[in-house]
Design a protein around this ligand. Structure first.
Ligand SMILES: [Zn+2]
Length: 175
């Protein structure tokens, strides 16, 4: 019998559950034991597509499995869609506002606007803006624990624009 993971929406025959909540084997592996924390964990929906990479390696006996899963447990997998994307059926799609992402990147690259001004203009905190400018999701990649993987979602800006922005961030010493 198939059951649907409450956290990531993945359907599997793992039939795992905790506190009577069905989970896939990946989400099960990382769930906290404390019930309150568990509820928080489950409510924080994750894009099932982000977990595909791990599922690929989760066949029994795959030596890379453990390493991959350990990396994932750093908690750096994205749990909310980044600005400009939406989650549908556990997959990442460009949201209505996706063009604003390109505008932000272009504006940062081609003008002398300060991060503070740019953040204010688009209603972000400076830290939120920095996260956007460094987010590999926008070029169709997934990053966790400093490793870049190909994602299954569409990029919404070009790698060229993204790379130019990374160079400018570096040049300005913005971390
Ligand atoms: Zn799951």
């Amino acid at each position: 019998m198939k059951s649907k993971c409450t956290k990531c929406g993945y359907e599997s025959e793992d039939n795992l559950e905790k506190f009577r909540i069905p989970l896939c084997n990946i989400c099960f592996r990382f769930c906290p034991n404390d019930e309150d924390k568990f509820k928080e964990y489950v409510n924080e929906k994750i894009d099932g597509a982000f977990l595909e990479t791990f599922r690929k390696f989760s066949e029994v006996g795959n030596p890379q499995k453990k390493a991959m899963l350990n990396k994932a447990s750093g908690g750096s997998i994205m749990s909310r869609p980044p600005f400009g994307y939406k989650l549908e059926n556990g997959k990442l799609f460009p949201a209505q506002n996706f063009r604003e992402v390109e505008e932000i990147f272009e504006e940062f690259l081609t003008t002398n606007i300060s991060l503070t001004q740019l953040a204010k203009k688009h209603n972000f905190s400076v830290n939120g803006l920095k996260k956007i400018l460094k987010n590999f999701t926008y070029i169709g990649k997934i990053k966790f624990n400093n490793q870049i993987h190909d994602g299954k979602h569409s990029p919404i800006i070009s790698s060229t624009l993204f790379n130019h922005v990374q160079n400018k961030l570096e040049r300005l010493g913005i971390k």
